[in-house]
Design a protein around this ligand. Structure first.
Ligand code: BES
Ligand code: ZN
Ligand code: ZN
Length: 489
């Protein structure tokens, strides 16, 4: 779908579907203008269509204005509306337009509503996000699909600024990139392929370094190598650097397990089914760097991910093993399915020692326990930088990719000590405080740099579609991190 801007009166623009919003019993300026020319709309709205949240109604204009059809989208009560309301409405409108009218041109005046707390640029940006996210489908493997014929060729955003529309386009396009990476079957997206995806950022001026297995051995990433031992596919360690000239250097570190079978502590069939999603942290980081490089944000960011499969092959690491790590600390393996923290421990320690950032944020699909604690509503965060955590909370509210902070008391940190090695990759009390145990384990590998751990296991994947997410990878983190980086200085 091409996204363009046109500067025209809403009653002068030619298209197949013209989209406009209304709050409950309050017409937007666009709808009033349309109403004057088409004379039926105002009475229609008052009698039959109240603008309730998520309601939609379309009517033909019978040639009275150049748009063939007007699609009205209900935005609910004005006092309750936020940018997220517009994002959702845009996605719903896109789906309605696609379902009814195939292969056509749509024009959006959806941002032209009276939402006093938000600028017109913000409103235009989030509607573009909603349209692009709502349009997303992962259908590359379908050879016969009637839905493939339902396409919108062109979205024209009426009277919006280039900056706002471009920002919406780049942010949502990057989110779709993360979704594509997550949705790709694990047999087609091995660590080597994932590293190749990172390499593609070079065309936007990002410096990308990929270490293969031999080089990883030389670097001494022993924990990553231990997790890789049960797998036929070799690991990769990837560093992406984008320097747009910020004062502070921020490191984003991702979990890049391209498939998590659980290893010898193998998962059951239900638990394993979606485990191609276990590189969602790495995907969010690749996509965020794609986004900030395209937007040319004035920030200095290094993205790092360690990638391997977690498989139970004959040479696999075993429960009870003690393994070494890049930092030199020894790790006792209580469960081979807690592999993410093991792999991340090397990525975090290497990042701190070699890349020397001012702040580290890691994103990881780390624990099933995170969805027990928080459902699918917000990601979990914890760490040593209260400043970064409060900024992430603010960015979360602004972008609706929200985070919730877990406690990180010293008593919790005691629980990841091992009897026979330095750290244990399980909590002392089995699955109690599972998400915090993951964070405490990681904390042992970041010595002094302000650091935040984000557990995205509960928000990285949706089992059923929402307004602008489909079943599958969500691309969570791109909007959040982009906003965070934008507001850093
Ligand atoms: N990749 C999983 C966590 C996960 C679960 C992500 C569900 C997305 C959806 C992780 O490696 C894992 O298996 N964690 C274990 C930890 C346990 C063994 C301490 C878990 O959550 O059960
Ligand atoms: Zn696991
Ligand atoms: Zn995992």
């Amino acid at each position: 779908m091409e996204v363009l801007i046109e500067k025209k009166k809403v009653t002068d623009v030619a298209c197949d579907v013209l989209i406009a919003g209304l709050f409950e019993e309050e017409l937007s300026a666009s709808l009033k203008e349309i109403g004057e020319k088409t004379d039926n709309i105002v009475s229609f709205v008052n009698k039959d269509f109240k603008g309730e949240l998520k309601s939609r109604r379309s009517f033909p204009t019978n040639g009275k204005i150049p748009a063939k059809v007007v699609l009205m989208v209900g935005l609910g009560k004005k006092a309750e509306a936020t940018l997220e309301t517009l994002r959702n409405a845009a996605a719903l409108a896109l789906k309605a337009a696609r379902d009814i009218y195939t292969g056509r041109i749509i024009v959006s005046a959806l941002h032209d509503v009276d939402l006093p707390n938000y600028s017109v640029d913000e409103r235009a940006q989030v509607t573009v996000e909603g349209f692009v996210l709502g349009e997303y489908r992962f259908d590359k493997y379908k050879t016969v699909d009637i839905d493939k014929q339902k396409i919108v060729d062109k979205l024209i955003v009426l009277n919006a600024s280039d900056v706002a529309v471009n920002k919406g386009k780049v942010i949502s396009g990057s989110t779709c990139l993360a979704r594509d990476l997550i949705n790709e079957p694990a047999s087609n997206l091995t660590p080597e392929q994932l590293a190749n995806e990172a390499k593609k950022l070079e065309k936007f001026g990002v410096k990308v370094t990929v270490f293969d297995k031999k080089e990883i051995e030389k670097l001494g990433l022993h924990a990553l190598l231990a997790v890789n031992r049960g797998s036929v596919n070799e690991p990769r360690f990837v560093i992406m650097e984008y320097d747009g000239g910020g004062k502070k250097k921020v490191a984003l570190v991702g979990k890049g397990i391209t498939f998590d079978s659980g290893g010898l502590d193998i998962k059951n069939a239900d638990g394993m089914l979606t485990m191609k999603c276990d590189m969602g942290g790495a995907a969010a980081i690749i996509a965020t760097i794609n986004c900030i490089a395209k937007l040319r944000l004035p920030v200095h960011v290094v993205g790092v991910f360690a990638s391997t499969e977690n498989m139970p092959g004959e040479n696999a690491y075993k429960p009870g093993d003690v393994i070494s790590s890049y930092l030199g600390k020894t790790i006792e393996i209580g469960n081979t399915d807690a592999e993410g923290r093991v792999v991340l421990s090397d990525a975090l320690a290497y990042t701190e020692k070699k890349l020397k950032p001012d702040c580290i944020i890691d994103l990881a699909t780390l624990t099933g326990a995170c969805s027990i604690a928080l459902g699918r509503v917000c990601a979990g965060v914890m760490g040593t930088s209260s400043d970064a955590i409060s900024k992430l909370k603010e960015s979360g509210l602004a972008t609706n990719e929200r985070v919730w902070e877990f406690p990180f008391y010293k008593e919790y940190h005691e629980m990841v000590k091992s009897d026979i090695a330095d750290v244990y990759n399980m909590g002392k009390y089995a699955r109690e405080a599972g998400t915090i145990m993951g964070g405490c384990f990681l904390a042992a590998f970041v010595e002094k740099t302000p650091w935040v751990h984000m557990d995205i296991a509960n928000v990285d994947w949706d089992e059923s579609p929402t307004d602008y997410n489909v079943k599958g990878g969500t691309g969570f983190g791109v909007r959040l991190l982009t906003h965070f980086l934008e507001n850093l200085n």
